[in-house]
Design a protein around this ligand. Structure first.
Ligand SMILES: [Zn+2]
Length: 150
């Protein structure tokens, strides 16, 4: 069997990757990163429910679900955080279970900070437990029908 998958464990509500749930259906799961992994507001993961490794492995239905969820995630971050940019990347170097990062670059991040490095900026906004709960309550409606967008 090999090493148990951290993302499958997360979907069962177990382990260090568990973060606040923004959306889930039979194909995809969308969460905010837990504070134990970083305190930057607006760092989301879109994951396939199914344990499958890469973007080339997605079925047509999963591809559509992932694309929809990534677009909704980016829209939510843009509207609620007014970031300088919303980045998205698929790296998959730690867990061979499809997950796409969607994250906000805070406005005012200095140019010398790389696109993936806003966590290291000393001036970056940070979340506490209450702030994370409040942010997730604002982000979740963007995964509903468009007429329910704030
Ligand atoms: Zn897995």
């Amino acid at each position: 069997m090999g090493t148990p998958c951290g993302i499958c464990a997360k979907h069962r509500g177990e382990g260090p990757l568990v973060g606040p749930l923004l959306f889930a259906d039979e194909l995809v799961v969308v969460t905010h990163r837990p504070l134990s992994k970083g305190r930057l507001p607006g760092y989301l993961f879109v994951e396939t429910r199914r344990h499958t490794a890469g973007v080339a492995d997605l079925g047509d239905d999963e591809s559509r679900a992932v694309g929809w969820a990534v677009a909704r995630a980016a829209r939510a971050l843009r509207h609620e955080l007014a970031p300088e940019h919303v980045f998205s990347a698929i790296t998959g170097r730690t867990w061979a279970h499809f997950h796409q990062h969607v994250f906000a670059r805070p406005t005012g991040t200095p140019d010398e900070i790389p696109w993936f490095g806003a966590d290291e900026w000393a001036g970056a906004p940070i979340l506490d437990d209450a702030g994370l709960d409040q942010l997730c309550a604002r982000l979740s409606p963007y995964f509903g029908p468009p007429e329910q967008f704030p």
